[in-house]
Design a binder for this molecule. Structure first.
Ligand code: NDP
Ligand code: KPL
Length: 320
């Protein structure tokens, strides 16, 4: 089997590197300066244990497909549709992404779709260089067929992911795990806006409570942090890699790179969408979605909004 990792950034780069180290055939798909660096110098993976430069083939777009290809999609959700353009729709696609919208978007064009719930703290440091902060494993990945079930390919993908540096598990209800992860990722926008300001956890908790109430009302199941933690256990302890200040999670990194877009429409925005579908107001997640998008569009630095400003915007919206 050949794993084609589309979007070989923080998560995709780490997954591609770990699969390659586990002895699998891997192709990394990237673009711009990152692609040029991968092609010229290989992928440098920095972990708490070691730094290795891996010679993994790279491409900057679709290549002639093989029967045994599996696409691992690891772009931000806003790039899902464009990143898959040109890839044959008879290939299986596994979405190693946050949020719960990707699998459905992909299923419009591809009939074999898998969800991967990704617990893998990682950072795309510069072109060609990725850091994965988990120790002793870089990440825990739950794999399942979308919308539900486990088939032979899901077993194979989980097994292959688990061969080197990652923990791969199958789940018959992978979207339940991804909804649990979505609740956790509602904090991404808060971190991107106010950084690690003391007291920010209160805002995050209000956003999560708003979302949990909505998921309950909509009858959507989600894994709990306790369930997740009991599986993750000590397998993915986040270590500060010497000499690398982590900064923040994936949304924080989008702002730090000045990429002009952020995943908020698919994280807090997923709650806003669901609220609209069910006629339930979601003022807290609405403000977080809107402000994160504004920050990204205006290329404002991460963490530069005072917590008091964010709190006042939320209070104002809740009172309206
Ligand atoms: N980083 C983390 O710690 C974690 C992230 N996640 C989730 O994983 C997913 C990926 O996040 P992350 O790895 O952080 O994101 P990154 O931005 O680091 O990586 C995504 C990569 O996809 C590339 N890309 C986008 N469109 C295309 C395209 N058409 N062709 C080729 N490459 C493309 C981007 O290129 P460019 O830079 O040019 O846009 C970027 O290099 C997200 O859903 C995120 O929420 C989940 C758990 C942890
Ligand atoms: C919080 C974290 C790192 C968990 O893996 C994540 O999901 C993200 O950065 O988006």
């Amino acid at each position: 089997m050949r794993y084609i990792v589309i979007g070989a950034g923080a998560v995709g780069g780490t997954i591609g590197a770990r699969l390659h180290q586990g002895g699998h055939d891997v192709l990394l798909v990237a673009r711009g300066a990152h692609y040029e660096a991968l092609k010229r110098d290989g992928l440098r993976l920095i972990t708490p244990e070691s730094t290795e430069t891996l010679d993994i083939p790279a491409a900057d777009g679709p290549v002639p497909a093989r029967d045994d290809d599996v696409l691992i999609l690891a772009t931000k959700s806003q790039d899902t549709v464009s990143a898959l353009a040109g890839w044959p729709s008879d290939l299986p696609v596994a979405c190693a992404q946050n949020g719960v919208a990707n699998e459905r978007m992909v299923l419009r064009r591809f009939d074999r779709v898998y969800g991967i719930c990704v617990w893998l703290p990682a950072q795309h440091l510069e072109p060609g260089v990725v850091a994965a902060h988990g120790h002793p494993y870089s990440g825990l990945l739950h794999v399942g067929r979308y919308p539900q079930g486990v088939d032979d390919l899901a077993e194979r993908i989980a097994g292959d992911l688990g061969k080197h540096g990652l923990v791969g598990l199958t789940q018959t209800d992978v979207m339940r795990w991804k909804h649990g992860k979505l609740l956790s990722n509602l904090g991404n926008a808060v971190e991107a806006l106010v950084g690690h300001a003391p007291g920010r956890e209160k805002v995050v908790e209000v956003a999560r409570a708003e979302a949990r109430a909505l998921l309950d009302r909509a009858g959507i199941a989600y894994s709990t942090p306790e369930e997740e933690a009991s599986l993750r256990g000590h397998q993915v302890d986040v270590r500060h890699i010497e000499g690398i200040a982590r900064g923040g999670g994936s949304s924080w990194q989008s702002l730090a790179r000045g990429s002009g877009s952020i995943e908020a429409d698919y994280l807090n925005g997923e709650i806003v969408l669901l609220g609209r579908l069910h006629g339930v107001p979601t003022p807290v997640n609405e403000v977080l979605r809107r402000e994160a998008n504004t920050f990204a569009q205006e290329k404002r630095p991460p963490g530069s909004m005072p917590l008091e400003t964010l709190q006042a915007l939320i209070d104002g919206r809740c009172a309206a």
